[in-house]
Design a protein around this ligand. Sequence first.
Ligand SMILES: C[S@@+](CC[C@H](N)C(=O)[O-])C[C@H]1O[C@@H](n2cnc3c(N)ncnc32)[C@H](O)[C@@H]1O
Length: 220
Amino acid sequence: LILAQTALETIPRELAQHPAVVADSKRRRKPPDEILLDRSVHHAAMSRLKEARSRGRPDIAYHVVLDVTCAPAYRCRSLKLYVHTRNDLVISLSEDVRPPKSYDRFRNLMEQLLVRRQVGEEKDLMTVKEMKLRDLIAEIKPGKVIGLSRLGNRADLHELVSGSMGKKPCFVVGGFPAGHFDDETTSLFHELCSIGGEGLEASLVVCRLVYEIEKSLGLG
Ligand SMILES: C[S@@+](CC[C@H](N)C(=O)[O-])C[C@H]1O[C@@H](n2cnc3c(N)ncnc32)[C@H](O)[C@@H]1O
């Protein structure tokens, strides 16, 4: 499972002098380029930012990472999770990882990972490298790459999952709050499927997907 184009990045240089960023930087006693861009804190600064609608939502990765890593399918190593960011970093999570349940601790961990490219006590449990989504998929070598999007062809999730389980499928869900996969990402999919007419939160889509995977594996 890949969470792709995830809105997880440190504050870009062009926003470093904005008063909302300077205030947060003082409060957290960290330089802006070591703080995650977060719309809930940096909203005023983000109005100047390119593609602002799809950026500044680290909480999406937080929810997905917690939901997936506690799932039986993940714990029994039948499912692997990668978080690909909009800046082409790929975070790989080991099956033994226990991410912090507190958002503050998760945020600090992500900041450490993105800035220092490694984390202390979680070393080897979470790794990050610069990598395009295309190269990640080439490395995983899935039998089938299935993108999930409201704009895809309508599919029954149960049939989609049970029909692809023997093919080493790779499911790709967008880790951004608004907009759609870019053309480069869409070109990597064998299929683009919708599981409903309305736009759903990434974490809800992931939970439904994991549930179907577990049923297919007999873990339900
Ligand atoms: C909050 S949505 C992104 C917003 C986008 N406008 C949308 O409606 O899909 C995050 C991700 O959840 C997944 N998603 C949301 N609604 C979906 C749907 N109806 N069918 C399949 N996937 C969906 C997609 O992977 C999407 O990139």
